[in-house]
Design a protein around this ligand. Structure first.
Ligand SMILES: Cc1ncc(COP(=O)(O)O)c(C=O)c1O
Length: 453
């Protein structure tokens, strides 16, 4: 543990500002950074010695919580044996072989093959390439388009930024990748069919998009079961059953981006289990190693795996990363999944998530400036609104979100995230009832401090 004085903190901050380009870089965000030093369970401590509940599992990824000695040992043991070996043509390693089998056993019943990556972005990019590859093998090379959704987040590569349905991620990076299109609300709202999701989106918009583009040109649809970075938007009860039906009707693959929801976040090991839906490809990252070491994967159905495994020499699957199936990452992944199972963290996500959701409802159901509370396991959010009682001088928009976030962090010792007017939560799956209640106290105080002045 290294706790430092103000002078040393200033020096670190200056060096950070000088040298480090952060994700979503904007220098004003980094003038007074929280610089983390260590963590244990759901708690993180910064270099000044202040501790916080990690209300977003850092970036939705630290599923088993911080400071797990078992994971340090798994990495150290593997590095001592051999840190890295080649997994290309004709080579393999034991932890990756074991992890692939483990991942298949935990995902949907129809899954058959795993390709390991280093991140969620690489997983989604690879899933898209694999969908195109598969349709070529099936003699339908014209099926090249990908349909993604508004408010979805799929990653930071050029193709996955294009899939992302959040326009700020596109600015100044264009031209974007062609043949990736987004769903749109129909001009006439009465043309929407089914039950809306918590962000007002309908499954029928996917069918509209497939028809607009021409089903014979569409390779796949990509969906996060719960849209995370776009603001935590949960689906309606029927949404994914309808999407599955639409994909089947038009011979389109369904890619489930479970980079956030995979491995228990929603109270099921994989989110679509809740609605008895099986995708054709699943993408994962984050919780597979709980962020202790970078790793991701895309997992394909047995049908796609069989197609990939029986190609002629001139149709070899030329998709590769140096670090694919990295032995040390695989060893950490195996040990991490063992913790998730042994500690029954998926059930804990369900029960602690329900406690958090019930708490949010009891605090905010009648609150003049909070609306649209959503929660599925340990992923939750709500929206703040000015319109419900403008006479109170409520300060609407992102400024409110920032104030809530800052109050929660400084006064309530809880770190969370905001997207516009939405306040988001996703604590580690090992969170306990006392910590959930502390988060609820912190969010109540923060919202009251902003809205009731
Ligand atoms: C749903 C989803 N997909 C993909 C990604 C991209 O993952 P990565 O940042 O590991 O590339 C993220 C990252 O937050 C995500 O939330």
């Amino acid at each position: 543990m290294t706790i430092i004085d103000e002078n040393a903190y200033r020096k670190l901050t200056e060096a950070d500002l000088e040298n480090l380009i952060h994700p979503q870089h904007y220098s004003p965000d980094h003038q007074e950074p929280v610089i983390f030093d260590h963590g244990k369970g759901v708690w993180l401590t910064d270099v000044k010695g202040k501790s916080y509940i990690d209300g977003l599992s850092c970036l939705w990824n630290v599923a088993v919580g911080h400071g797990r000695e078992e994971l340090a040992d798994a990495a150290a043991d593997q590095i001592r044996k051999v840190a890295f070996t080649n997994n290309y043509t004709g080579y393999s390693n034991v932890p990756a072989i074991e992890l692939a089998a483990k991942v298949i056993s935990l995902t949907y019943e129809n899954m058959g093959g795993v390709f390991f990556t280093n991140s969620g972005s690489e997983s989604n990019e690879g899933a898209f390439k694999t969908a195109r590859f598969y349709w070529n093998l099936k003699g339908k090379p014209e099926k090249t388009k990908l349909i993604a959704r508004e408010r979805a987040y799929h990653g930071g590569t050029l193709a996955t930024s294009t899939m992302t349905g959040l326009p700020p991620f596109w600015k100044y990076f264009g031209p974007l990748v062609p043949n990736i299109v987004h769903t749109q609300a129909p001009e006439n709202p009465e043309d929407s069919v089914g039950e809306p999701n918590s962000d007002g989106e309908y499954a029928s918009w996917i069918e509209d998009s497939i028809l607009r583009e021409g089903p014979e040109t569409v390779a796949a649809v990509i969906c996060e079961p719960v849209k995370g970075a776009g603001g935590v938007w949960t689906p309606s009860e029927s949404y994914f059953r309808d999407v599955r039906e639409i994909c089947d009707k038009y011979d389109v693959l369904l890619i489930a981006d479970e980079v956030i929801t995979g491995f228990g976040r929603t109270g099921k090991m994989f989110a679509l289990e809740r609605w008895n839906v099986q995708p054709d490809i699943v993408t994962i990252a984050k919780a597979i190693t709980s962020g202790y070491i970078p790793m991701g994967a895309f997992i394909v159905s047995r049908e796609i795996r069989d197609a990939l495994k029986t190609v002629p020499a001139d149709a070899k699957f030329m998709h590769a990363y140096t670090n694919s199936a990295h032995p040390t990452a695989s060893a950490v992944g195996l040990r991490n999944l063992q913790i998730i199972e042994e500690e029954d963290l998926v059930a804990n996500a369900q029960s602690m998530g329900d406690r958090f959701g019930a708490g949010l409802h009891s605090i905010f159901d009648d609150h003049p400036h909070v609306t649209n509370i959503r929660q599925l396991g340990l992923i939750a959010g709500f929206s703040t609104v000015a319109e419900r009682d403008p006479d109170q001088g409520y300060d609407a928009g992102n400024a409110v979100g920032v104030k809530i976030q800052t109050h929660m962090r400084e006064e309530g010792s809880v770190i969370t995230r905001i997207v516009g007017d939405n306040v988001l939560f996703a604590p580690p799956l090992c969170v306990n009832a006392g910590e959930i209640d502390q988060m609820l106290d912190a969010v109540k105080a923060a919202v009251d401090s902003v809205t009731l002045t």
